[in-house]
Design a binder for this molecule. Structure first.
Ligand SMILES: [Zn+2]
Length: 297
């Protein structure tokens, strides 16, 4: 990134709370076509994936009501179809809060079998029970949708980032939305009460890496702005290495008798690029979660 772009982006980020979404949209188009009518929408929250043709409209994740509405408007300009399926990659609210805005336009909402209950429990804690729309079709461990000239596979690999992560594979486009299995070169949220396990997460990333090929494009739930939310197979292993690094660091700390507060540093040694200014608590929180996971306390 050159200095000018950097300054523009920094300025845009600083002004973001002050300007309306409409003004901000002029600066950066949240829609990006990847290939074969599959693309992404970056607004606020987890990256939305979509397939939009005259014969099919599939949406993966819903962010928040305002950005979900903006996404719907953009997709509706591409195709007159209703949403054939809204698929949630998992229950976290930055992926499901927009369900309520998309539901009137969607024939069905699909998620893994564990998601509605996880979503309900989280909403209860956050006091947002009245703002939820839940999946009305669940699967375990997989389902396939025919979507015009595309075939969409939705698969559960077991507990990883949560207890109900779906991987969405657009077969002909050779694009996979992995939800929050990848936080691209940034701290990750490890939600133990939501069913997270770093061991399962590492296994899921290795299985993904073995299942797809060098031509596959991956859509990530979140990404360090320097690296983005779209990548390739190698990025899966960067994420795996980070999780393994977290576990190694915490394991060594526990062995040497350190307390969780002593361990909860801002940057993980060996992973200096996994840092996002706007989320300074990211690494300490991840360390605390892994500490709890490994020590059982
Ligand atoms: Zn998440």
């Amino acid at each position: 990134m050159n200095r000018r772009t950097f300054l523009q982006q920094t300025l845009a980020a600083a002004l973001l709370p002050l300007v309306s979404p409409r003004v901000f949209r002029l600066q950066e188009d949240p829609f990006r076509l990847l290939r074969r009518n599959v693309g992404i929408f970056t607004g606020r929250g987890g990256t939305i994936g979509w397939l939009a043709t005259a014969d099919a409209l599939i949406v993966v994740d819903a962010q928040f009501p305002e950005t979900a509405t903006q996404c719907w408007e953009g997709l509706h300009a591409r195709t007159e179809r209703m949403i054939d399926a809204l698929i949630n990659t998992h229950h976290h609210r930055d992926h499901t809060a927009g369900n309520i805005a998309l539901k009137p336009h969607a024939r069905q909402i699909i998620a893994h079998r564990n998601v509605p209950e996880l979503q309900r429990r989280a909403a209860e804690q956050q006091g947002t029970l009245d703002q939820q729309a839940y999946a009305d079709r669940t699967f375990d461990p997989s389902l396939t949708l025919e979507a015009g000239d595309e075939r969409v596979h939705v698969v559960y690999y077991g507990p990883a980032h949560t207890g109900g992560d779906a991987i969405i594979h657009f077969e002909k486009a050779n694009i996979v939305h992995v939800g929050d299995l990848v936080f691209n070169r940034m701290p990750c949220f490890i939600d133990l009460p939501g069913g997270a396990t770093t061991e399962g997460w590492i296994a899921a990333l290795e299985r993904l890496h073995a299942t797809y090929d060098d031509e596959t494009q991956f859509i990530f739930g979140h990404g360090n702005p320097k690296y983005g939310v779209v990548g390739g197979r190698a990025d899966l292993l960067v994420m795996r290495d980070f999780l393994e690094g977290l576990r190694r660091y915490v394991e060594a700390g526990i062995k040497s008798g350190k307390t969780v507060d002593e361990l909860a540093v801002d940057r993980l040694p060996d992973f200096p690029e996994h840092y996002v200014e706007s989320w300074p608590q990211g690494i300490p929180n991840a360390i605390r979660a892994v500490y709890q996971e490994l020590s059982g306390s």
